[in-house]
Design a protein around this ligand. Structure first.
Ligand code: 4NP
Length: 152
């Protein structure tokens, strides 16, 4: 059985598509499936933000074929781990859990680097390219930690 991992942010066009692309590039696809979703529905069917596509490409990763999806309660049945980008995503996702087993699947992605500190991945949507570079660097470090923690 493959380990299934879902990355979640608000719009599913800036942060979680990057997290999906980075983790996908770091794992063996025979063992791990990675996807992403947003808690909001504004960008369902959309490509990632141009700035996320650009920063990924600068680092050798093509995320341009991803399309926006909205997180749903059904995702709890599919995925083993759900990594959220910030505290607002955490409360929106946890609200849809129907058991403690489901709740235990959810964690903030930067807990991988700063355990228990509830550090947010800042939303870069309203900023410039530097914000996207920062987000990329944080997510890359976090994804390396996720890979080293996977028992595969
Ligand atoms: P993301 O950023 O959650 O990292 O994808 C956002 C992108 C778009 C919106 C909000 C956050 N929006 O409100 O459209």
């Amino acid at each position: 059985m493959k380990t299934k991992i879902l990355m979640v942010c608000l719009g599913n066009i800036c942060r979680s598509p990057l997290a999906e692309g980075i983790l996908t590039a770091l794992v063996n696809p025979d063992n791990v499936v990675v996807d992403s979703a947003g808690t909001g529905n504004w960008h369902v069917g959309d490509k990632p933000d141009k700035r996320s596509i650009a920063v990924a490409l600068k680092n050798g990763i093509d995320i341009s074929r991803q399309r926006g999806k909205q997180f749903s309660t059904y995702d709890y049945e599919i995925y083993d781990h759900i990594f959220v980008m910030d505290a607002a995503n955490y409360s929106d996702v946890i609200k849809l859990a129907t058991s403690n087993t489901e709740k235990a699947k959810v964690s903030m992605i930067l807990d991988e680097i700063f355990p228990g500190e509830a550090v947010d991945v800042p939303d870069p949507y309203y900023g410039g390219n530097t914000g996207f570079d920062n987000v990329y660097a944080m997510l890359h470090t976090a994804c390396e930690k996720i890979v080293s923690g996977l028992a595969i």
